[in-house]
Design a protein around this ligand. Sequence first.
Ligand SMILES: NC(=O)c1ccc[n+]([C@@H]2O[C@H](COP(=O)([O-])OP(=O)(O)OC[C@H]3O[C@@H](n4cnc5c(N)ncnc54)[C@H](O)[C@@H]3O)[C@@H](O)[C@H]2O)c1
Length: 306
Amino acid sequence: MNFFLETLMVLLMSIWYTLEALVYTFIPRRKKNISGEVVLITGAGSGIGRLMAQEFASHGTVLVLWDINQDGMKETAKLVKECGARKVHYYLCDCSDRNEVYRVAEQVKREVGDVSILVNNAGIVTGKKFMDAPDSLIEKTMEINTMAHFWTYKAFLPAMIANNHGHLVSIASSAGLVGVTGLADYCASKFGAVGFAESIGLEMLATGKDGIKTTLVCPFFINTGMFDGCQTKWPTIMPILKPEYAAKKILHAVLTDQTYLLMPKSMYFIVGLKNILPTKMGILLGWYMGAFNFMDKFIGRNQKQK
Ligand SMILES: NC(=O)c1ccc[n+]([C@@H]2O[C@H](COP(=O)([O-])OP(=O)(O)OC[C@H]3O[C@@H](n4cnc5c(N)ncnc54)[C@H](O)[C@@H]3O)[C@@H](O)[C@H]2O)c1
């Protein structure tokens, strides 16, 4: 170890990486070919899970769909066939149940083969202030939004490591980067998902498994029904995203091996500011952006169906 040489190397590499990032701002990155890859998507029975399945299908992949909603999955399966999926398989799987995740994962390995692109997308939201949220729903939120990621990685990562090939996609949330009033359990679960995905990505690099790529997705509200009723204060800066747009951006991020995807673009700036501003200014900014009131008119999916 030589302090002078190492520091010089880091400085030169930093300049190189900055220039590289600058160039790629103007020149589109090359997209990889995912035809024939086995893509497993949790929570594929509706929302962006379904739309991502359609996007992956149009690249000639084999789709494995997981959800607790059988009818939703059947509909997704029909749609992905129309979009050009090489094959589609769907399984009822409650991702909040570790044993069920392991059992269905074994079934997938037997019936389909090794999964090479894993998309952890299934998620729920309680939508209540912390003290009003039932313990059972808080636990369920953590089990689906965070713990399920642990169990699916445990099940499918070994084959990716053996082949030094694969892609781990985590659908987290901007609520996994910034705390939000009325979303304490959801934010905690998404912060957990972010920390987990980021750490595994680094672990793959540190152990020389650089053929396993990771994409961590942190969107603001998407108009799928999950956050029905929620509002944005400044739609120009922080628009509620269209599901089709979000799904296309996620696919593009996977095809170009993009590690972080924040949507809309203003989120990069907001997260950066949060980390450098004095606390009182950060809170003022949060108030200005409407973060204290995002959840005031929350209806959500379940309440609407009742
Ligand atoms: N909609 C948004 O505003 C928004 C914003 C940021 C992040 N996200 C995240 O995106 C992901 C997809 O959300 P969406 O908007 O498409 O919502 P959605 O409700 O349309 O889809 C979620 C899917 O997960 C399934 N699911 C729920 N519990 C499950 C379980 N125990 N096991 C297996 N599947 C289960 C549901 O049946 C549903 O099909 C979620 O992780 C969500 O937290 C959504």
